[in-house]
Ligand binder design. Structure first.
Ligand code: ZN
Length: 531
């Protein structure tokens, strides 16, 4: 019966405990207290012998256990020797203060893992960066776990580097190489930009005020990918991976204070075998959309430079540099260092930003308007006039006037004259012939000044604010007429830099009528290309 057996066991346990407790003089029913005078002489010697015997037994047991344990250990070692994981770690210093890497190397016959984890002293940054890297590490461990026995060890090397660091921002770039077999391997790029003041990660979208950058990023990537990928280019994949959504443009790395690389993971814009793909994106193309709070943290120097240039330009525009004027109030460009900026094909998407910039620096320009666009962009056109700019006639629908009959050419121009006059109350008094195409018949028929140009940055072809900026700045000279197009946001972005920079070089930005001293009431029917 179970209860009985339990009782018996309990009893035996109690018994044995009592045996041990003999010396403590505890009274029990079976062992009455012995008197001390009887106990010592009789029991001392045998007790000692018993203890020695016990010790011998214990020692033998221990030795046996050690031998057995050793045998088991040797057995386990023999069985698993190949799989024992060895580990080493070390620290890699960088050139940047307070930024190091902890490197961990781990290997056995199945795999080798080398990983560098950042150590910035900013716990949040280190933790986030580690978590990012560890997603690749745990993928790798899963691959190792399912690796067939034998064959080459799998290998993952993740090498960290500091791509950029300032007091307020830090950009890590990780490159990884994965070898699963000779047949499968891949390259990994992990980019992480952090705000060192908050520890938060900065994503591409944080650089901009709103989502407008996505279209520019998408266009830029689509334009650049055929050249970058060459034989790996696949139009379908490239377009799928660059539709203008934030997720497609999440990763970037800093190139310099004006340029980032959009970073696409293997397989995003081309076959995975093409690896990580990078496309440069000029931030100047997106100047007006930049979130200066964030950009200022990443590029403190950048904002300082922009602000200094703006301040200098505004100062020289407002005071000191007041240009000499003619009796009619126009700038005297025979004395002042004048330039006439002209913007064709609008009004359009770039016009407002150009108008803002002109207004900010108290500068003026000439807008060569396409008549068919006037109704849609009437408010923009009104502002162009209200801000003191000239309006030129760029025909009704951008026709080559030299291909038309004299009557049709005249109609192209007069239809636009009427449209502009309807909206603004003023008739244009100059023509910018589309494609720069004119002949004497056309000039005679139309009877207005034909305004050509001397500086052409090809902004319609290269939608890159940086390129447009460079070309204009390298070609300008006093008395020049500059041709650009206010259709393009990239052109508008370029002029956000061109206008203050020209002013700080001592230029006065005037209308074409100021530059050439054209009397609107008596415009000469002749061709001008500079002063
Ligand atoms: Zn044009």
């Amino acid at each position: 019966m179970k209860p009985l057996r339990h009782t018996t066991q309990a009893y035996i346990l109690v018994r044995s405990m009592k045996d041990i407790e003999i010396k403590t003089d505890t009274e029990t029913e079976n062992n009455p207290i012995r008197t001390p005078d009887v106990l010592p002489p009789v029991t001392q010697k045998p007790e000692k012998k018993r203890l020695i015997h016990r010790w011998v037994v214990v020692m033998i047991v221990i030795v046996c256990l050690l031998v057995a344990g050793g045998a088991v250990a040797v057995h386990v070692y023999n069985d698993h020797q190949k799989h024992v994981v060895k580990q080493e770690s070390s620290q890699v210093r960088t050139d940047f203060a307070n930024i190091d890497f902890d490197t961990t190397t781990e290997w056995n016959d199945q795999y080798e893992l080398n990983v560098m984890y950042p150590k910035t002293g900013q716990g949040q940054i280190d933790k986030t960066a580690r978590a990012k890297i560890d997603t690749y590490v745990s993928d790798f461990r899963a691959q190792v776990a399912s690796k067939p026995k034998g064959g080459k060890p799998y290998e993952l090397n993740i090498i960290g580097a500091v791509n950029y660091a300032s007091k307020t921002a830090i950009n890590f770039v990780y490159t990884g190489h994965l070898y699963l077999d000779s047949s499968i391997s891949g390259n990994i790029t992990v980019n992480a930009l952090f705000d060192r003041t908050t520890g938060k990660e900065i994503k591409t979208s944080d650089l901009f005020k709103d989502g407008k950058y996505l279209q520019v990023a998408s266009d830029t990537a689509r334009q650049a990918l055929p050249g970058i990928l060459s034989q790996n280019y696949n139009k379908t994949l490239a377009e799928q991976g660059t539709t203008p959504t934030a997720a497609h443009f999440d990763q970037f790395e800093i190139v310099d204070a004006k340029k980032i690389n959009l970073v696409f993971e293997p397989g995003q814009v081309a076959a995975a075998s093409a690896g990580t793909v990078k496309v440069p994106l000029n931030l100047a193309n997106l100047d007006s959309d930049l979130n200066n709070d964030v950009v200022g943290k990443i590029f403190p120097d950048y904002l300082a430079q922009v602000e200094a240039a703006e301040k200098k330009a505004q100062e020289s525009a407002v005071k000191g540099n007041a240009p000499p004027l003619l009796a009619n109030g126009n700038v005297d460009c025979s004395k002042a260092k004048c330039i006439a900026l002209t913007f064709d094909d609008g009004p359009g998407p770039g016009s407002a930003v150009i108008l803002d910039t002109l207004e900010k620096y108290q500068a003026h320009a000439t807008f060569m308007v396409v008549g068919s666009r006037v109704a849609t962009w009437a408010d923009t056109l009104k502002r162009e006039v209200a801000d003191g700019n000239d309006i030129g006639n760029h025909t009704w629908d951008h026709s080559d006037l030299t291909n038309l009959s004299a009557a049709d050419a005249e109609a192209e121009v007069s239809k636009t004259q009427d449209a502009v006059a309807n909206v603004t109350g003023r008739r244009p008094f100059m023509v910018r012939p589309p494609y720069g195409a004119y002949n004497q018949t056309v000039i005679n028929e139309i009877g207005l000044p034909f305004i050509m140009w001397g500086v052409d940055p090809d902004d319609w072809r290269d939608r890159d604010a940086g390129i447009v900026y460079q070309r204009v700045m390298s070609q300008v000279a006093p008395g020049e007429i500059v041709l650009s197009h206010d259709l393009y946001p990239t052109t508008a972005a370029a002029y956000q830099r061109i206008i203050p920079d020209l002013i700080s070089q001592g230029y006065t930005l005037v209308t074409v009528s100021d530059l050439l001293n054209i009397d609107p009431n008596n415009p000469p029917a002749q061709v001008f290309s500079s002063r």
